[in-house]
Design a protein. Structure first.
Length: 391
C-alpha cells in the first residue's frame, strides 16, 4: 500500500476502459472495479482531486438484457447504453460508499464542450464537485451522441478523458487498459516487442506505432489513446498509458513511479491557458474596471464582480473571452465572462446580490471568476491560488 507522502500531482483524471472494467469478459467485473475504486478513494483521502472517466455502460446494458451476441446498429447500442448507465453508476455509488465518498455523474458530448456556454458550465460544475470533495464519474452521453458508439472521435472515452483533463486543468491523465503501454510492436503477436517507457514528442513514428499496437477489446485501441495523449499534453498534463491490472497501479502512478508509457507535457498548464486567452485571437470585447477591482485582481487573486466594472465595450456572449483594462487604459489581462455584454451593461456597478433582480436570472456573483482569468502580471503566487468555481 502506498504510504502517505507528498505526491507530485494534485488533480488526476483516471480513464477506465471497457476491456479493463470487464476483465475481457462480456460483463462488468465488480472485483476489478472494487480494486480501482479503492485506489481512487485512497487518493481522495490524501487530499488529491481525482475524476473518473468511465466506459462500460454498453457492456452493462448487454449483460442486464442477457444478450450474448453483439447486435449491430447505432440505435440498439444507444438502448444498451441507456439500460446500462444507471447500473454502472449504481456500482460506483455502492463501491465509493464503502469509503464514505459521495459520487456524481456527468454525461457529456463533444457538442457540450464545443459550445461556449456548455464548456464553461461543464468546467464550473466539475470544479464545484472537486471543491466539495465529490468524485465525479464522467461518461459520454451515448443516448444522444454516437461518437463513441461509432468507434471514432472519442474512442471509448479516450479523447473524452483528454478533454476532461483540459477542462479542469488536470496535472495527470491516467489511461488504464489491458496492455502495458505503447510498444515497438504489437505485444500480442510479437514476443520481441519492447515497451516504450517515455515519449517526449508525439510524431509520425509514434503514430505509426499506435497503429501497429492494435487492441481488439474495447472501442478505442492505441491510436485513440495517442490522439488523447496529444491533446492532454498540449494542455500541460502528464499522460500515462498503463495496464490497469497491475497491483495498485493508480496509486503508484500518482506517486510518480515509472510504469507503462509516460507522455510528457509539451507546455505548462499556465502557459497553455494564458497563451490561448491572451493571444487576442478569441477576444470579443473589453471590460474597463475601477481601481479597486484592478487591485483585487492583481494583488489578491480575486474574481471580477459587477460592482468593479466601469464600462463595457464591444458585443460578446456568455462564455467568450474579453480583454480587461483599468480606467487608465492599462491592459491587465483577459477572462472568460459569465455574462453577455448586454447583461453586464445592466449589472455593472451593482452589488452581486442585485444580479437576479436586475436580470431576472443569475449565473453566479462574478462577471469573471478567478479560475477563468489570465493576468499579464500577477503578484499572487500559485500557493495562494484557490479553486473555488463559479456558483
Amino acid at each position: 500500500m502506498l504510504k502517505a507522502l507528498e505526491l507530485p500531482y494534485r488533480r488526476i483524471v483516471v480513464k477506465l476502459g471497457t476491456s479493463l472494467l470487464t476483465g475481457g469478459s462480456d460483463r462488468l467485473n465488480r472485483g476489478i472495479m472494487s480494486s480501482l475504486v479503492a485506489q481512487v478513494a485512497r487518493l481522495h483521502e490524501q487530499g488529491l482531486e481525482p475524476i473518473i472517466v468511465s466506459s462500460g455502460a454498453i457492456a452493462s446494458g448487454r449483460s442486464k438484457l442477457g444478450l450474448t451476441r453483439k447486435i449491430k446498429g447505432i440505435p440498439f447500442k444507444q438502448v444498451l447504453a441507456s439500460v446500462g448507465q444507471g447500473r454502472l453508476m449504481n456500482i460506483y455509488e455502492r463501491l465509493f460508499a464503502q469509503h464514505n465518498i459521495t459520487v456524481a455523474q456527468a454525461l457529456l458530448t463533444r457538442a457540450d464542450l464545443a459550445d461556449r456556454a456548455g464548456y464553461i458550465n461543464a468546467r464550473n460544475t466539475l470544479l464545484a464537485l472537486l471543491e466539495l470533495g465529490v468524485v465525479c464519474i464522467v461518461n459520454e452521453n451515448d443516448v444522444v451522441s454516437i461518437d463513441e458508439i461509432h468507434e471514432a472521435q472519442f474512442g471509448d472515452n479516450d479523447n473524452l478523458s483528454a478533454m476532461v483533463a483540459n477542462l479542469v486543468d488536470a496535472d495527470l491523465l491516467i489511461m488504464l487498459t489491458d496492455i502495458g503501454g505503447l510498444y515497438t510492436a504489437d505485444p500480442h503477436h510479437d514476443p520481441k516487442a519492447q515497451l516504450i517507457p517515455q515519449v517526449a514528442r508525439i510524431d509520425a513514428n509514434i503514430e505509426r506505432l499506435g497503429a501497429v499496437n492494435a487492441n481488439s477489446l474495447g472501442t478505442g485501441g492505441m491510436i485513440t489513446k495517442i490522439e488523447a495523449a496529444r491533446l492532454a499534453t498540449a494542455s500541460g498534463a502528464d499522460v500515462v498509458i498503463a495496464d490497469g491490472r497491475e497491483p495498485e497501479i493508480i496509486l503508484r502512478l500518482a506517486s510518480g513511479e515509472a510504469i507503462g508509457t509516460r507522455f510528457l507535457p509539451t507546455t505548462s498548464k499556465l502557459e497553455s491557458r494564458k497563451r490561448w486567452m491572451l493571444s487576442g485571437l478569441s477576444t470579443r470585447g473589453k471590460l474597463v474596471i475601477d481601481a479597486g477591482a484592478a487591485l483585487a485582481l492583481r494583488k489578491q487573486n480575486r474574481s471580477l464582480l459587477p460592482a468593479g466594472v466601469h464600462k463595457v465595450e464591444g458585443r460578446f456572449e456568455r462564455g467568450e473571452i474579453v480583454a480587461i483594462h483599468d480606467i487608465e487604459g492599462t491592459h491587465l489581462g483577459c477572462g472568460i465572462t459569465n455574462y453577455s455584454s448586454h447583461d453586464i451593461g445592466i449589472i455593472k456597478g451593482a452589488h452581486s446580490n442585485k444580479i437576479a433582480t436586475l436580470l431576472s436570472f443569475d449565473y453566479g456573483p462574478e462577471v469573471v471568476h478567478r479560475n477563468n482569468l489570465a493576468l499579464l502580471e500577477s503578484e499572487v503566487t500559485s500557493e495562494h491560488r484557490q479553486t473555488v468555481p463559479v456558483q
